[in-house]
Design a protein around this ligand. Structure first.
Ligand code: HEM
Length: 196
């Protein structure tokens, strides 16, 4: 008597993100980490030091690139479902993972957006890698200098707060990836790493 072959249920290592998702993930991750380093180091230079301006220009250009790529990432996300969590993962961990991922989507848009809003209040043009002038938000025009300064200062506080939330979240995200890879050994990392 022949047996009916069991349906092949994809295990965690067979479920993978596609190349578009992997490229967007690692590109954004690299640019965000670079921008955190630039953001945290640029304040160490004295105000008149040209290196401070160079770091800030680079920080702004990289950040605007993150914003543009993140818009593509959100569109991709809306068109593609989340992969299911690995089998047997406890409900609180599933919830934590989903919440972290959703918050990341908010942060990769909101953090550079707040930076763009704050820099729009500065008198200098906003250049993208010296190639062209990135448009600025219009509402600073016609504002008295103290009001402009005050508004930009508020956006700066939002920007810096979001950046720190992102730093904490990145640490948690990396720890979670290491937990899956080396403690739970469920192959989750292979979903996002092309060569695993
Ligand atoms: C994902 C993108 C970005 C990340 C992760 C990021 C991160 C940071 C960090 C970590 C700081 C330093 C915070 C501190 O001093 O404690 C900072 C400061 C700053 N960023 Fe960004 N940033 C991003 C995008 C942008 C963009 C797009 C702009 C402008 C176009 C911008 C403009 C600034 C400015 C002007 C400051 C100095 C704020 C101040 O202290 O007055 N950033 N950013």
């Amino acid at each position: 008597m022949s047996t009916i072959p069991a349906r092949r249920v994809p295990n965690d290592t067979q479920l993978r993100y596609d190349l578009v998702a992997m490229t967007l993930h690692w590109l954004i991750a690299a640019l965000v980490v670079l921008n955190i380093v630039l953001g945290l180091t640029m304040g160490d230079f004295p105000r008149q030091d040209p290196m401070r301006g160079a770091f800030l220009d680079l920080h702004e250009s990289v950040g605007l690139t993150v914003l543009a790529v993140s818009v593509l990432r959100v569109i991709w996300r809306l068109m593609n479902p989340f992969l299911p969590p690995p089998e047997g993962l406890a409900a609180p961990l599933r919830l934590a993972a989903r919440a972290t991922h959703l918050l990341f989507y908010v942060l990769i848009i909101a953090t550079p957006l707040a930076g763009w809003l704050l820099t729009s209040g500065a008198p200098k043009p906003l250049s993208w890698f010296g190639l062209f002038n990135w448009p600025k938000f219009w509402f600073y025009q016609g504002m008295a200098a103290p009001d402009r300064h005050h508004l930009a200062e508020n956006f700066a506080q939002v920007h810096v707060t979001l950046a720190w939330v992102m730093i904490v979240l990145i640490v948690l995200h990396v720890l979670a990836a290491l937990y899956h890879q080396f403690i739970r050994r469920d192959g989750l990392l292979a979903r996002m790493v092309p060569w695993l």
